[in-house]
Design a binder for this molecule. Structure first.
Ligand SMILES: CC(C)(COP(=O)(O)OP(=O)(O)OC[C@H]1O[C@@H](n2cnc3c(N)ncnc32)[C@H](O)[C@@H]1OP(=O)(O)O)[C@@H](O)C(=O)NCCC(=O)NCCS
Length: 164
Protein backbone atom coordinates (compact mmCIF):
# COMPACT_ATOMS: atom_id res chain seq x y z
CA UNK A 1 0.00 0.00 0.00
CA UNK A 2 1.14 3.57 -0.63
CA UNK A 3 0.58 7.10 0.62
CA UNK A 4 -2.34 8.93 -1.01
CA UNK A 5 -1.31 11.07 -3.96
CA UNK A 6 -4.22 13.10 -5.34
CA UNK A 7 -2.38 13.53 -8.68
CA UNK A 8 -2.03 9.78 -9.17
CA UNK A 9 -5.01 8.15 -7.45
CA UNK A 10 -8.57 8.26 -8.86
CA UNK A 11 -10.23 9.35 -5.61
CA UNK A 12 -13.31 10.84 -7.32
CA UNK A 13 -14.46 7.40 -8.50
CA UNK A 14 -14.12 5.77 -5.06
CA UNK A 15 -17.42 4.52 -3.60
CA UNK A 16 -17.49 2.35 -0.47
CA UNK A 17 -21.24 2.82 0.06
CA UNK A 18 -20.76 5.31 2.89
CA UNK A 19 -21.00 8.96 1.83
CA UNK A 20 -18.98 10.32 4.77
CA UNK A 21 -16.07 7.98 4.03
CA UNK A 22 -16.22 8.78 0.28
CA UNK A 23 -16.27 12.51 1.01
CA UNK A 24 -13.42 12.24 3.49
CA UNK A 25 -11.19 10.82 0.75
CA UNK A 26 -12.08 13.43 -1.87
CA UNK A 27 -12.29 16.51 0.35
CA UNK A 28 -10.35 16.10 3.57
CA UNK A 29 -7.69 13.39 3.39
CA UNK A 30 -5.20 15.57 1.49
CA UNK A 31 -5.75 18.55 3.81
CA UNK A 32 -5.34 16.38 6.91
CA UNK A 33 -2.03 15.09 5.54
CA UNK A 34 -0.76 18.60 4.81
CA UNK A 35 -1.71 19.63 8.36
CA UNK A 36 0.02 16.51 9.77
CA UNK A 37 -3.23 15.34 11.38
CA UNK A 38 -3.19 11.93 9.74
CA UNK A 39 -1.58 9.92 6.96
CA UNK A 40 -3.79 8.24 4.36
CA UNK A 41 -2.66 4.98 2.75
CA UNK A 42 -4.37 3.56 -0.34
CA UNK A 43 -4.55 0.21 -2.08
CA UNK A 44 -4.43 1.05 -5.77
CA UNK A 45 -4.51 -1.01 -8.95
CA UNK A 46 -1.93 0.79 -11.06
CA UNK A 47 -3.07 -1.07 -14.20
CA UNK A 48 -6.83 -0.34 -14.09
CA UNK A 49 -6.34 2.83 -11.96
CA UNK A 50 -9.00 1.56 -9.54
CA UNK A 51 -8.61 2.83 -6.00
CA UNK A 52 -9.54 -0.32 -4.08
CA UNK A 53 -9.41 0.90 -0.48
CA UNK A 54 -7.86 3.26 2.02
CA UNK A 55 -7.13 3.83 5.70
CA UNK A 56 -5.78 6.63 7.88
CA UNK A 57 -3.41 6.53 10.84
CA UNK A 58 -2.66 9.17 13.50
CA UNK A 59 -1.07 9.41 16.92
CA UNK A 60 -3.65 9.37 19.68
CA UNK A 61 -4.05 9.35 23.45
CA UNK A 62 -6.73 7.52 25.38
CA UNK A 63 -7.92 8.22 28.93
CA UNK A 64 -6.42 5.50 31.11
CA UNK A 65 -9.81 4.83 32.72
CA UNK A 66 -11.43 4.16 29.30
CA UNK A 67 -9.25 1.14 28.62
CA UNK A 68 -11.30 -2.08 28.68
CA UNK A 69 -10.65 -4.43 31.63
CA UNK A 70 -9.52 -7.15 29.21
CA UNK A 71 -6.49 -5.06 28.20
CA UNK A 72 -3.79 -5.11 30.80
CA UNK A 73 -1.97 -1.82 31.35
CA UNK A 74 0.92 -1.88 33.72
CA UNK A 75 1.34 1.91 33.63
CA UNK A 76 1.90 3.88 36.82
CA UNK A 77 -1.31 5.23 38.41
CA UNK A 78 -0.38 8.85 37.61
CA UNK A 79 -0.50 8.20 33.83
CA UNK A 80 -3.93 9.69 33.09
CA UNK A 81 -3.45 9.44 29.30
CA UNK A 82 -2.05 6.41 27.51
CA UNK A 83 -0.43 6.62 24.07
CA UNK A 84 -2.18 4.80 21.23
CA UNK A 85 -2.52 4.78 17.44
CA UNK A 86 -5.77 5.86 15.78
CA UNK A 87 -6.96 3.93 12.74
CA UNK A 88 -9.42 6.71 12.00
CA UNK A 89 -11.00 5.45 8.79
CA UNK A 90 -10.87 2.31 6.70
CA UNK A 91 -12.94 1.54 3.60
CA UNK A 92 -13.07 -0.72 0.56
CA UNK A 93 -14.76 0.24 -2.72
CA UNK A 94 -18.10 -1.61 -3.23
CA UNK A 95 -16.74 -3.31 -6.37
CA UNK A 96 -14.07 -5.01 -4.29
CA UNK A 97 -15.92 -5.80 -1.03
CA UNK A 98 -16.35 -9.42 0.07
CA UNK A 99 -13.07 -10.59 -1.45
CA UNK A 100 -10.84 -10.49 1.62
CA UNK A 101 -9.45 -7.04 0.83
CA UNK A 102 -10.88 -5.42 3.97
CA UNK A 103 -8.90 -7.92 6.01
CA UNK A 104 -5.80 -7.31 3.86
CA UNK A 105 -6.04 -3.54 4.33
CA UNK A 106 -6.69 -3.90 8.08
CA UNK A 107 -3.65 -6.18 8.50
CA UNK A 108 -1.52 -3.69 6.58
CA UNK A 109 -2.67 -0.92 8.94
CA UNK A 110 -2.00 -3.05 12.04
CA UNK A 111 1.45 -4.00 10.79
CA UNK A 112 2.30 -0.36 10.08
CA UNK A 113 1.03 0.70 13.52
CA UNK A 114 3.03 -2.09 15.15
CA UNK A 115 6.23 -1.12 13.28
CA UNK A 116 5.78 2.49 14.37
CA UNK A 117 5.22 1.39 17.99
CA UNK A 118 8.76 -0.01 18.03
CA UNK A 119 9.96 3.61 17.73
CA UNK A 120 7.12 5.64 19.29
CA UNK A 121 5.30 4.07 22.23
CA UNK A 122 1.70 2.99 21.62
CA UNK A 123 -0.31 0.62 23.79
CA UNK A 124 -3.01 -0.21 21.25
CA UNK A 125 -4.74 0.57 17.99
CA UNK A 126 -8.05 2.45 18.40
CA UNK A 127 -10.83 2.43 15.79
CA UNK A 128 -13.96 4.54 15.37
CA UNK A 129 -16.55 2.17 13.84
CA UNK A 130 -19.14 4.11 11.84
CA UNK A 131 -21.98 1.65 12.45
CA UNK A 132 -22.90 -1.77 13.86
CA UNK A 133 -21.62 -3.58 10.74
CA UNK A 134 -18.22 -1.90 11.13
CA UNK A 135 -18.21 -2.86 14.83
CA UNK A 136 -18.88 -6.49 13.87
CA UNK A 137 -16.08 -6.35 11.30
CA UNK A 138 -13.56 -5.13 13.90
CA UNK A 139 -14.81 -7.52 16.63
CA UNK A 140 -13.76 -10.47 14.48
CA UNK A 141 -10.13 -9.40 14.84
CA UNK A 142 -10.32 -8.99 18.62
CA UNK A 143 -11.15 -5.27 18.94
CA UNK A 144 -13.10 -4.57 22.14
CA UNK A 145 -15.20 -1.56 23.16
CA UNK A 146 -13.55 1.22 25.20
CA UNK A 147 -15.34 2.06 28.44
CA UNK A 148 -16.15 5.68 27.58
CA UNK A 149 -17.90 5.47 24.23
CA UNK A 150 -18.10 3.80 20.90
CA UNK A 151 -14.40 3.47 20.10
CA UNK A 152 -12.80 0.03 20.09
CA UNK A 153 -9.24 -1.04 20.78
CA UNK A 154 -6.79 -3.88 20.16
CA UNK A 155 -3.62 -4.16 22.25
CA UNK A 156 -0.31 -3.82 20.39
CA UNK A 157 0.86 -7.01 22.13
CA UNK A 158 -2.07 -8.90 20.58
CA UNK A 159 -1.29 -7.33 17.20
CA UNK A 160 2.27 -8.63 17.49
CA UNK A 161 0.91 -12.18 17.90
CA UNK A 162 -1.59 -11.69 15.02
CA UNK A 163 1.26 -10.68 12.72
CA UNK A 164 3.45 -13.69 13.56
C1 LIG B 1 -16.18 -3.15 6.43
C2 LIG B 1 -15.38 -3.31 5.13
C3 LIG B 1 -14.06 -2.56 5.23
C4 LIG B 1 -15.11 -4.80 4.90
O1 LIG B 1 -14.37 -4.96 3.71
P1 LIG B 1 -14.46 -6.29 2.83
O2 LIG B 1 -13.40 -6.22 1.79
O3 LIG B 1 -15.85 -6.49 2.35
O4 LIG B 1 -14.12 -7.39 3.95
P2 LIG B 1 -13.44 -8.81 3.70
O5 LIG B 1 -13.95 -9.39 2.41
O6 LIG B 1 -11.97 -8.69 3.86
O7 LIG B 1 -14.03 -9.61 4.91
C5 LIG B 1 -13.24 -9.94 6.03
C6 LIG B 1 -14.14 -10.54 7.07
O8 LIG B 1 -15.02 -9.56 7.56
C7 LIG B 1 -16.37 -9.98 7.42
N1 LIG B 1 -17.15 -8.77 7.10
C8 LIG B 1 -17.05 -8.01 6.01
N2 LIG B 1 -17.91 -6.98 6.09
C9 LIG B 1 -18.54 -7.10 7.28
C10 LIG B 1 -19.54 -6.38 7.92
N3 LIG B 1 -20.07 -5.29 7.37
N4 LIG B 1 -19.97 -6.81 9.12
C11 LIG B 1 -19.45 -7.92 9.70
N5 LIG B 1 -18.50 -8.65 9.13
C12 LIG B 1 -18.06 -8.26 7.93
C13 LIG B 1 -16.34 -10.97 6.28
O9 LIG B 1 -17.42 -11.89 6.37
C14 LIG B 1 -15.02 -11.65 6.49
O10 LIG B 1 -15.09 -12.66 7.49
P3 LIG B 1 -14.88 -14.22 7.10
O11 LIG B 1 -13.46 -14.28 6.59
O12 LIG B 1 -15.09 -14.91 8.38
O13 LIG B 1 -15.88 -14.46 6.04
C15 LIG B 1 -16.20 -2.80 3.90
O14 LIG B 1 -17.45 -3.46 3.89
C16 LIG B 1 -16.43 -1.30 3.86
O15 LIG B 1 -15.57 -0.56 3.37
N6 LIG B 1 -17.59 -0.85 4.36
C17 LIG B 1 -17.94 0.56 4.34
C18 LIG B 1 -17.07 1.38 5.28
C19 LIG B 1 -16.89 0.79 6.67
O16 LIG B 1 -17.82 0.27 7.27
N7 LIG B 1 -15.66 0.90 7.19
C20 LIG B 1 -15.29 0.27 8.46
C21 LIG B 1 -14.99 1.11 9.58
S1 LIG B 1 -15.10 2.83 9.60
Amino acid sequence: MEILDKKKHAIEKFNCGNEALNRYLTVQAGQDMRKKLSVCFVLNDDYTRDLIGYYTLSSFAINADAIPNTIKVSAPRNYSKIPATLLGRLAIDLKFQGKGLGEFVLMNALERAHDASLKIGSLAVIVDPIDKAAEDFYSQYGFVKCKDGHQMMLAMKTIATLLN
